[in-house]
Design a protein around this ligand. Sequence first.
Ligand SMILES: Nc1nc2c(ncn2[C@@H]2O[C@H](COP(=O)(O)OP(=O)(O)O)[C@@H](O)[C@H]2O)c(=O)[nH]1
Ligand SMILES: [Mg+2]
Length: 503
Amino acid sequence: MYRENYINSLRLEMVEMVREYLSPAALKYGYADVALESTIKWRPLVLVVGNYSSGKSTLINEFLGADIQAVGQAPTDDSFTILTYDDEAGEADPVRTTEKRDGKFLLNDPDYPFEILKKHGHRFASHFRLKKVNSQFLRNLALIDTPGMLDSVTERDRGYDYQDVIGDMAQLADLVLVLFDPHKAGTVREAHTSLRETISARTFEDRVLFVLNRIDECASLSDLLQVYGTLCWNLSQITGRKDIPPIHLTYSSRAAGNADSFHPDTRGFLYHLQNQRKKLKEGILDAPRRRLDNLASFIETHSERLDQLLEAMVAYRTRLRDFRIKLGLIGGLLCLICGGAAVLAGISVGIFGGFTDPIAVSAGIGALLLFLFLWRVGPMGFFVRVCHNRSLKNIDRLIPLETQTRRDTWQVIRPVVLRYLEKTGGRFPLKTVKNEYNRVHRIYAEGAREVRKALNELAGIKPDQSVFDGLSSPIRDEAIPPEPETENPEAAETADCLSQKQS
Ligand SMILES: Nc1nc2c(ncn2[C@@H]2O[C@H](COP(=O)(O)OP(=O)(O)O)[C@@H](O)[C@H]2O)c(=O)[nH]1
Ligand SMILES: [Mg+2]
């Protein structure tokens, strides 16, 4: 429980950090259209994608401990379903759906992070829903069950862009499970491409878990190896990498039993891969910890960008202020000369009696003030505009960009800086922007480091065993094959190899 509480309070603190320090500046300077925390404030999310009939809903039901999602060989369910915990439901009750919400409600409720999915239109909204389930599995995370990939002809009939939706959901998710099955090992290329495009290359490996499901349907170990090889090949083609990402080899013993698909010869290798289901479950239950990693990266990335953005604003305003001071001094000097010249001219033509004549002094001061006013509205305004335009033209010289990291960050925020300076004409108070810069800089320089320190501390805290043990599913493993009496050493060795590769 200690670790769970630690994770939860750390998550809330990090969201608060974003809300209090980063969001205000992000909204004010047009870096973000909606508050930064709107996509991260909800619970950790696990997205489950794959072909239809790859066993997504079966897997989810098994972990929830009840038949919550419809399952079937044909494309049964064409909806995106958020499965989340019902805090109000009694824990002793049998696991069931306690409440349902439709897509329109979800997309418009600011308590949920799904506003960014609104753009996918009404057809998507009618295929989007939420179920509250009183399953302990969902206590610290929410799952998203998705309709499977279909062939391209049917794709067009969906009425919304499936790939785009998957991409947006993957951005919200802390963990993405990509399911394959032996019949279609490698045909989720499209889903994979949209994931690749939306999840940054740096975090892709941490965020995506590949699962080869329904392995009980492989007639033998060599059949499984063939499927595994095909999948590896397809994955390496899709990712463009030679090293194969870890793949969980698993199956639903309950569905396998129902489907009556156990070939007696297959029991040997299945026995050695039984732990994979448990490992997968543990991997999913680790989503809250993954959320912390993602939040840490989120804070690092956005605080770095906002820090540079505000640095540029301060640099611009300081430059303008210095230029104004210079212009003011020149103007003051010119006005003094002009005022003095006016008095001298007055004396020389005999209008004023002399330098001590009070009328001459007042006339001199009046002339000085008039020249000052004319200077400010005329030449000074003109020179300030010239300085502003020159700053915009040479925007890349506003702040030092000595490292590649700073240059990369600058490329992202440059248009934001330009837009804001053009919109305001450079008229914003230097003091305010300096204060904002100091606040964001504290997060960038110290906050992000503190967060990493807390995460390192967390790594030293042992997982709460109760989290995993207390979640034994009421859907029993009816068809788990018994350990083969005479173990085939070759098969065992190969299965071990596969398992080891994944750990
Ligand atoms: N043999 C076997 N059948 C499975 C397994 N997982 C799911 N199924 C069956 O495959 C069909 C499709 O499952 P479903 O969960 O609806 O797939 P989804 O479309 O990906 O959600 C159902 O008839 C399940 O009973 C498995 O591990 N082994
Ligand atoms: Mg399904």
